[in-house]
Structures are given as structure tokens and as C-alpha cells.
Design a protein around this ligand. Structure first.
Ligand code: ADP
Ligand code: MG
Length: 214
């Protein structure tokens, strides 16, 4: 369970003026299901995901994940939380260009000192990429690359998957494939998708949260 209490984030960069990206957010999310966070560009969606992931510092309030307060994690706890509990999926995939499909997915396991060749091949098949195991990302379409990114996130069996505009670069059919895989995964994990696509949210979400100016 994720519990967000009175969460506020103010960016204080020297170059830009002070920006209140999140303004006193309160939210409780369950252990599984597919949650969509909808909002216009600049409404604070990515900021919220980054804070849940512990990638940035909160200004005030707290985020508790399975009873642990994220901002109180020690360095090693942060590392474990990010490398084993969370899977990330981004709009721009972020695959390593000189590693194959298989190697990109395997890397996520290497980081947490696990090996499971069979599971990697099974997952590649599950996301519909059988036969493409040894291709490089540049030899794949956008939708295929995103499915590699999803497999890379799922291979760790994370309890939480954070997806920032995962279909932002994909056409309608490909988006549907990606969302179906995430929907299936949401039976066993909490999937949070940040998006501005209301149509997709209406079709796939168990819950929709709308963010307006933080
Ligand atoms: P979204 O993902 O919904 O488009 P963001 O969370 O990226 O929105 O941004 C929310 C607000 O915070 C925006 O006004 C943006 O300009 C500002 N912002 C985001 N990141 C930074 C940063 N690193 N420094 C200063 N302001 C930022
Ligand atoms: Mg964003």
C-alpha cells in the first residue's frame, strides 16, 4: 500500500523561479490494480512519480510504501527499494543501445544478483517478442522497444511499476498491446501510469486520479 500525506514539492532552482509542482496531495493506493494519473503537461505528474520512486526530495509531507517512509530510507534501503521493488517504464524506453533484447532484460536481474534464464525467455514470449531475443533496440519498432522496457521492469517481479507516459510515442494499436500487458501485470502488482490520454484511462484504469496544477 502506498500512502501519501500532505505531499508538497517546491522546486527551487536558481535559473527558474520557484515552482510549486505539488500542492498538499493526499492519496492512498492499494497493493495491486491499474491506476491512471491524468493531467495536462506541467500539472506535476512526473514529479509525483519521481517522489514515489525516491528519485527526488520531497519539500514537506510524507510517502509511505508498505509501511516504510520513503524519505527516511538510508542509502542502502533506497538502493534496494529502487532496484528490487520498483519497475520503471518511460516514454523514451531508455534501453541500452548496444545490448540485445535478452541482455537488456538480463541486466535488471544482474543488478539485484539474480539469474533466471528461463524466466527471461518466458517473459520475452509473453510480451510478444519471441524470435527477437538477440536483436538490438535499433532493429525494433517503437512498440517493440517499449515491450522490452516492460519486460525489463517485470523481470524483477516488482510490487510497484511506475510508468511515465508509456504510450506517449506509440500509435493506437501498439499502445493497446502495451496497456494489455500492463493490465495483466496489475493483477499482481500496483501499476501507476501517468498520462494525458483520458480515452486510455477510461478503457484500462481501475482508478483515475486527475491532477490540476499540482
Ligand atoms: P508533468 O509531468 O505533469 O508534465 P512535471 O511534474 O514535469 O509535470 O512538472 C510540474 C511543474 O514543475 C512544471 O511547472 C515544471 O516546469 C516544474 N518542474 C519540473 N521539474 C523541475 C525542475 N527540475 N526544476 C524546476 N521546476 C521543475
Ligand atoms: Mg511528465
Amino acid at each position: 500500500m502506498i500512502k501519501i500525506e500532505n505531499l508538497t514539492k517546491i522546486y527551487n532552482s536558481r535559473k527558474r523561479k520557484k515552482c510549486k509542482a505539488l500542492d498538499n496531495i493526499n492519496l492512498v493506493l492499494p497493493d495491486n490494480g491499474l491506476v491512471f494519473i491524468l493531467g495536462k503537461s506541467g500539472s506535476g505528474k512526473s514529479t509525483l512519480l519521481n517522489l514515489i520512486a525516491g528519485l527526488d526530495k520531497i519539500t514537506s509531507g510524507k510517502i509511505t510504501v508498505n509501511g516504510n517512509e520513503v524519505s527516511k530510507f538510508k542509502r542502502k534501503e533506497y538502493y534496494n527499494y529502487r532496484s528490487s521493488n520498483i519497475g520503471f517504464i518511460f516514454q523514451h524506453y531508455y534501453l541500452l543501445e548496444d545490448l540485445t533484447v535478452y541482455q537488456n532484460i538480463k541486466l535488471a536481474l544482474d543488478i539485484i544478483n539474480q539469474k533466471n534464464k528461463k524466466q527471461i525467455y518466458e517473459l520475452i514470449e509473453k510480451v510478444g517478442l519471441k524470435g527477437k531475443e538477440h536483436k538490438l533496440p535499433t532493429e525494433l519498432s517503437g512498440g517493440e522497444q517499449q515491450r522490452v522496457a516492460i519486460a525489463r521492469a517485470l523481470i524483477k517481479n516488482p510490487s510497484l511499476i511506475l510508468a511515465d507516459e508509456p504510450t506517449g510515442n506509440l500509435d493506437k494499436n501498439t499502445s493497446e498491446q502495451v496497456l494489455k500487458i500492463l493490465k495483466e501485470a496489475s493483477k499482481k502488482a500496483l501499476i501507476i501510469i501517468v498520462s494525458h490520454n483520458k480515452e486510455e484511462a477510461d478503457l484500462y484504469a481501475d482508478r483515475i486520479i486527475e491532477l490540476h496544477e499540482g
